[in-house]
Design a protein around this ligand. Structure first.
Ligand code: GLV
Ligand code: MN
Ligand code: MN
Ligand code: MN
Length: 389
């Protein structure tokens, strides 16, 4: 199952470029539909375009349990962030069937779309649309780097755009959700733990800032006559780093748009994106306030694109699952997940993490050893057997 998936959306860099509502995304959806059909599961697509493969009838016998993750990637992302959770969910269904478990509740494997927000900017767009955390009109109007609106991209992929939005019918079908994910840091390496249970997601958000300038000739414009927004951008990046140190947060300036983007022209405008996260919301917001001051000092402006406060997964369920798995560690994380969005919407939610020996993620260096992946599937099967058995 992993072999075919490994080829989809792979770039020459060795990383993956799997963006929402592209031909690569369509192939990932076909792959998921094929896996669902091969298992005789009933495939339904919700109003946000997320795919649900049901074992059992959620309308007659629900609400049921959902298990899954996403298949899209960041630019040049790793193989495991997202796909490990979907593949492990399918493998856990196989394991439950092989061991003769007859679920007392319906069980769905879910493939959430557009988790990374790499194309339209909003992370977890599929689960946010499903729960109503992302307004449908706002989503339809989001544009990618080429000016294509999300509504156009969805329509081109065959989704009924007028119907996109909070999907109560789907939400009524589930009472719990479990997401298995590769760890995106080093905590489990340091603890020598192949599997862990998630406790919380730290607050995080994305902001866009624009710095104005004046285009002019690179060879003839005196330094004194320039209005070069790239200098302002450099100051803003350094301000973000200093603010993160000051407020005990992390701040990343990972994406820029330079206009007109010519090697021999002073830019007319630079747009940058800030990703800021931390243990407490106050620290993150103080970081953003400092960056905003630096942007405004250079005549620019800042707009918030998304904000997710602290997410705490069901503490009783986390403790129960950690016990069930023989006392594995319980950890929080600085990475966002669809599980956080479902938890915030009131779904009883749990996460499992699988060790990543490199500690690196959002990069082709992300890794998980086969033995640890198998331990993850065993843990997920145990958890699902207890939730539906
Ligand atoms: C998702 O991986 C995120 O936390 O950015
Ligand atoms: Mn990710
Ligand atoms: Mn992920
Ligand atoms: Mn010339």
């Amino acid at each position: 199952m992993w072999g075919e998936l490994e080829q989809l959306g792979r770039a020459g860099t060795g990383g993956y470029r799997r963006y929402a509502w592209t031909p690569e995304d369509a192939r990932l959806r076909e792959w998921f539909a094929g896996q669902s059909a091969a298992r005789g599961l009933d495939l339904v697509q919700d109003r946000a375009g997320n795919q649900w493969a049901w074992w059992g009838d959620p309308d007659a016998d629900g609400p049921g349990v959902a298990v899954g993750s996403h298949l899209d990637s960041v630019p040049d992302g790793g193989a495991f962030d997202g796909p490990l959770g979907v593949v492990s969910a399918l493998a856990a269904v196989d394991a439950l069937r092989e061991s003769g478990v007859r679920p007392t509740k319906p069980l769905a494997v879910v493939h959430f779309g557009d988790e990374e927000g790499a194309r339209f900017g909003i992370a977890c767009a599929g689960s946010r649309l499903l729960t109503g955390a992302l307004d449908a009109d706002r989503a339809r109007g989001l544009t990618d780097g080429d000016g294509v609106r999300m509504a156009e991209a969805m329509a081109a992929a065959g989704l009924d755009v007028s119907h996109v939005g909070r999907d109560d019918e789907t939400l009524r079908r589930i009472d719990s959700f479990v997401e298995l994910h590769v760890e995106q840091g080093r905590a489990m390496v340091d603890m020598d733990a192949p599997v862990a249970v998630g406790s919380a997601i730290r607050p995080h958000g994305r902001w866009r800032y624009e710095l104005p300038g004046e285009a002019n000739h690179a060879g003839t414009t005196l330094l004194a006559d320039r209005r070069d927004p790239m200098l302002a951008m450099a100051a803003v990046v350094l301000a973000a780093r200093a603010a993160a140190v000051r407020h005990d947060t992390v701040a990343t300036c990972g994406k820029l748009r330079v206009e007109p983007n010519g090697v021999n022209a002073i830019p007319s405008r630079v747009t940058g994106w800030l990703d800021a996260r931390g243990p407490v919301p106050e620290g993150v917001l103080a970081t953003v306030a400092d960056v905003t001051a630096a942007v405004e000092e250079h005549g620019g402006r800042v707009e918030q694109e998304s904000w997710t406060g602290v997410t705490r997964f069901d503490a009783d369920l986390a403790a129960e699952l950690a016990g069930l798995l023989g006392g594995v560690p319980v950890l929080d994380t600085g990475a966002g997940h669809d599980a956080g969005i479902l938890s915030a919407a009131g779904v009883r939610t749990a996460m499992l993490f699988v060790r990543n020996p490199t500690g690196v993620s959002h990069s082709p260096l992300e890794h998980a050893e086969p033995d640890d992946c198998e331990a993850g599937v065993r843990a997920l099967s145990t958890v699902l057997a207890s939730l539906v058995g």
